[in-house]
Design a protein around this ligand. Structure first.
Ligand code: CMP
Length: 140
């Protein structure tokens, strides 16, 4: 399988509970490598741009509010089939439907406060990485 990069966010519900290290441990246990990482407070404009595909959805306002409510950790993960692999270890968006042992089953509180985000395609991974990191920030 080809080496890929994907974009990850450890969300405010997880940073509030001091779970950055626990999530990172699950990422590293899976074989993925954290090749860039920064803890930031994202602005409303950044959140609206990041989630612009969801702009018309009823939960958009709540999503932007939540993502700007506290610090997040933005990351680039690298490895074989990284996009699919990270989605597997995150588990389903709704933690009630996530498989045992996944990050969301273990830590998420709800569909909104679901602890982590991961890119869903190669195209979105490239765009999401570019929103937060420049080439020099990523050290593989
Ligand atoms: P994420 O992978 O970050 O991508 C979009 C996010 O929207 C998703 O995770 C959820 O946190 C959030 N989301 C999706 N559906 C709902 C919903 N029905 N109510 C609230 N938030 C949602």
């Amino acid at each position: 399988m080809a080496t890929e990069r994907t974009f990850s966010i450890i969300k405010p519900d997880a940073t509030a509970r001091n779970l950055t290290g626990a999530v990172n441990s699950m990422i590293e246990q899976s074989g993925l490598r954290i090749v860039a990482q920064r803890r930031v407070r994202i602005t409303r404009e950044q959140a609206e741009t990041f989630y612009s595909v969801h702009r018309e959805r009823p939960f958009f306002g709540e999503l932007v509010q939540f993502m700007t409510s506290g610090p997040v950790v933005v990351q680039v993960l690298q490895g074989d089939g990284a996009i699919t692999k990270y989605r597997e270890i995150m588990g389903a968006t709704d933690p009630a439907k996530a498989a045992n042992g996944t990050i969301r089953k273990t830590f998420a509180r709800s569909m909104g406060e679901n602890s982590v985000h991961g890119s869903d395609s190669a195209e979105n991974a490239a765009a999401e990485i570019a929103q937060f990191f420049s080439g020099n920030d990523i050290v593989g």
